[in-house]
Design a protein around this ligand. Structure first.
Ligand code: PBG
Length: 337
């Protein structure tokens, strides 16, 4: 990112860049970035029931877990040093409506999961997604009326969803819905409910991406989705627009921002970080995970090297942390050294 000072530009043969690459100690010494377990946030899928572990076919190695098994998984993640989990509920079809009202039920699946996790593993951070899609019969992140996604009505619903999740004990409210004005409204709703300490991470630069397909399989929202999300998520062709969106969300009170997807959008991470210098997170999304694991399971890529390299690339681009389905395996690999 920094332009080299003229005096550091040498020429061959007096300068040989391979000198510092020769030994492991030296490579470690001159490394410009490090990846540690403190950089990882683990997204998890929660389902109703007890003792339930359902593999997600398009995400090899990822399971939907009932709350009891999720608590065990959270304990393991905490013991590995992973700072936080991001929760995604898989809601029974019978509870889905076009206004997604189950999202504001203080006893819904995600709120029960938060309470159970906070009781059993209080020292791991909990991030909750804010958007209506898990609860919406049309699979959209907002309230649908006559085929339109209503902005301001949705924002009110998102405020209610944020407050019940925060009251259940969620530490970070992470709106991923891309409605206009939701960060400011959610901040006010949290503050009015005495929840000033709850952080907001805005999915500010969230693109209308093909890479969310396996996530929609995991949540069972794929079949439900009518149309696409292009009227609220960003066009992959745009960069400047993401800076505008991040700027507005920060002004509205976001504590942190997210760029999503991850690897194909490293340029956005770098521009957001260098422009705003605020905590910036990247989401290595389900489709990226599926792509990686498909090649690995075919024997075409080395699992451990490929996983750690992708995560390091996020750090190099400027991310302060990464949401990744590889969090647990990466934490184990980093521990082994
Ligand atoms: C929805 C949401 C999505 C993801 C996180 N929150 C999907 C979407 O916008 O359709 C995707 C995450 C992933 O693909 O791993 N609010």
């Amino acid at each position: 990112m920094n332009t080299p000072h003229p005096s550091s530009v040498g020429s061959f043969p007096r300068t040989r860049l391979r000198r510092s690459r020769r030994d492991d100690w030296s490579r470690r010494l001159v490394a410009e970035n490090v990846l540690t377990v403190n950089d990882l946030i683990w997204p998890v899928f929660v389902v109703e029931g007890e003792g339930v572990r359902e593999p997600v076919t398009s995400m090899p190695g990822v399971d939907r877990l009932s709350i009891d098994l999720l608590v065990e998984a959270a304990r393991e993640a905490r013991d590995l040093g992973i700072p936080a989990l991001a929760l995604f509920p898989c809601i029974d079809a019978a509870l889905k409506t076009s206004d997604g009202r189950e999202s504001a039920n203080p006893d819904n699946l995600v709120c029960r999961a938060v309470r159970a996790l906070k009781a059993a593993v209080p020292d791991i951070g909990l991030w909750c997604d804010v958007a209506l899609d898990p609860f919406n019969s049309d699979g959209h992140d907002g309230i649908v009326h006559d085929g339109q996604i209503l902005n301001d009505e949705t924002v009110e619903a998102l405020c209610r969803q944020s407050v019940v999740q925060a009251q259940a004990g969620c530490d970070v409210i992470a709106p991923s819905d891309m409605m206009d004005g939701r960060i400011g409204a959610i901040r006010e709703a949290l503050d009015a409910a005495g929840l000033q300490h709850v952080q907001i991470c805005s999915y500010a630069a969230k693109y209308a991406s093909a890479f969310y397909g396996p996530f929609r399989d995991a949540l069972g929202t794929k079949g439900a989705l009518k149309g696409d999300k292009k009227t609220y998520q960003m066009n992959p062709a745009n960069t400047d627009e993401s800076l505008r969106e991040v700027g507005m969300d920060l002004q509205e009170g976001a504590d942190m921002v997210m760029v999503k997807p991850g690897l194909p959008y490293l340029d956005i991470i770098q521009r957001v970080k260098t422009t705003f210098a605020v905590p910036t997170f990247a989401y290595q999304v389900s489709g990226e995970y599926a792509m990686l694991k498909a090649a690995i399971n075919n024997g075409w890529l080395d699992n451990d090297k490929a996983v750690l390299e992708t995560l390091m690339c996020f750090k190099r681009a400027g991310a302060d942390g990464i949401l990744t389905y590889c969090a647990v395996e990466a934490a184990r690999l980093l521990r082994r050294g």
